[in-house]
Design a protein around this ligand. Structure first.
Ligand code: PEP
Ligand code: MG
Length: 325
């Protein structure tokens, strides 16, 4: 089986009925680039930039960040590389930026909330990304956006930095897509309106599921509540995809769920455009997508959305895969 997957490395991910899906990599260090390439990633749709900040004594400079982002973008040729602005707080601490002790860090000062409060962190990062944009196809995404105002504020800062770079004669690509992680249930409820502002959504299922079920993603005692195939998750994902498509925007997923083979037929059937995952899962998911026909998935999607439990959905998907392979 592994060998058969190898042949898929240089192929596009096209379903039996001719729909193209993009299967891309999540990366978190420069060393991950090789892995993404070896596994035939059709892009990087989550570049976690935290590696530049963790275990450092001072903030990484703009030039240092630029040189790192440039390497990712150049290595992927014309494939999309979605760089995410710093996503710390929650479980991720920074040595050089002491954050206050909080009773509920996952509900506290994290991600874009820190970026907007501390422009001395966000601005140089965005400048570095903008400078790297001319070396390939760079996109920018903001983590943990909760309100439309936050997205607009972040985008405003980005526009200001772009204007300032251009004024000093630094080239910046002019077709940069600007999107956001969709990780908060309130955003899913408002997705139709967010979709007017963003170029794309990337669903962060890891955080989205923890907030949907009010169950800490790292707490083993409540892990039984953390269910990727729960109809509540599927309904939320479907709602987001439909809202984005109504505005002509694309939707990806970059949480662990995107690499879960049991979720693949459901995500495909609901029309998810892009799947981003650890490189080791790419060929498996690509082989699954290539075997399926999105039209034939519709009854399964319909029944799953109307099921009562995750275990009912899991049973339906397993039965479907057994009968259709
Ligand atoms: C997510 O929340 O699904 C996600 C991809 O972001 P992270 O795991 O880095 O929080
Ligand atoms: Mg997240």
């Amino acid at each position: 089986e592994q060998e058969a997957w190898g042949a898929l490395r240089n192929q596009e991910t096209i379903s039996q009925d001719g729909r193209h899906f993009e299967v891309a990599a999540n990366v978190g260090t420069l060393a991950d680039i090789q892995d993404a390439q070896n596994n035939g990633a059709e892009g990087i749709v989550l570049l976690r930039t935290e590696f530049l900040y963790m275990n450092q004594t001072k903030l990484p400079g703009e030039d240092q960040q630029f040189s790192a982002y440039k390497q990712f973008v150049a290595a992927m040729n014309q494939h999309r590389v979605v760089t995410r602005t710093l996503d710390v707080g929650g479980d991720k601490r920074l040595e050089m930026v002491p954050l206050p002790h909080e009773a509920n860090p996952y509900l506290g000062f994290r991600a874009i909330r820190i970026g907007l409060a501390k422009p001395e962190i966000l601005r140089p990062q965005l400048r570095a990304m903008l400078r790297a944009s001319v070396y390939g196809r760079l996109a920018i995404m903001f983590p943990m956006v909760a309100t439309i105002e936050e997205f607009r504020q972040a985008r405003q800062i980005l526009d200001e930095e772009k204007a300032s770079l251009e004024k000093s004669g630094v080239p910046v690509a002019d077709n940069i897509e600007v999107g956001m992680m969709l990780e908060i249930p309130s955003v899913a409820m408002m997705a139709d309106l967010f979709a007017q502002d963003v170029d794309f959504f990337s669903i962060g299922s890891n955080d989205l599921i923890q907030y949907l079920f009010a169950a800490d993603r790292g707490n083993a005692r409540v892990a039984y509540l953390y269910q990727e195939l729960h109809p509540a998750v599927l309904r939320t994902v479907k709602r987001v995809i439909d809202a984005a498509h109504a505005e002509g925007k694309w939707v990806g997923m970059c949480g662990e769920m995107a690499g879960n083979p049991l979720a693949t037929p459901l995500l495909m059937g609901m029309g998810l455009d892009e799947f981003s995952m650890n490189s080791g899962q790419i060929l498996h998911i690509r082989s699954l997508i290539k075997q399926m026909n999105t039209r034939q998935l519709q009854p399964l999607v319909h029944r799953s959305l109307n099921a009562q439990t995750a275990s009912a959905v899991t049973a339906m998907v397993k039965k479907f895969l057994k009968e259709n392979n």
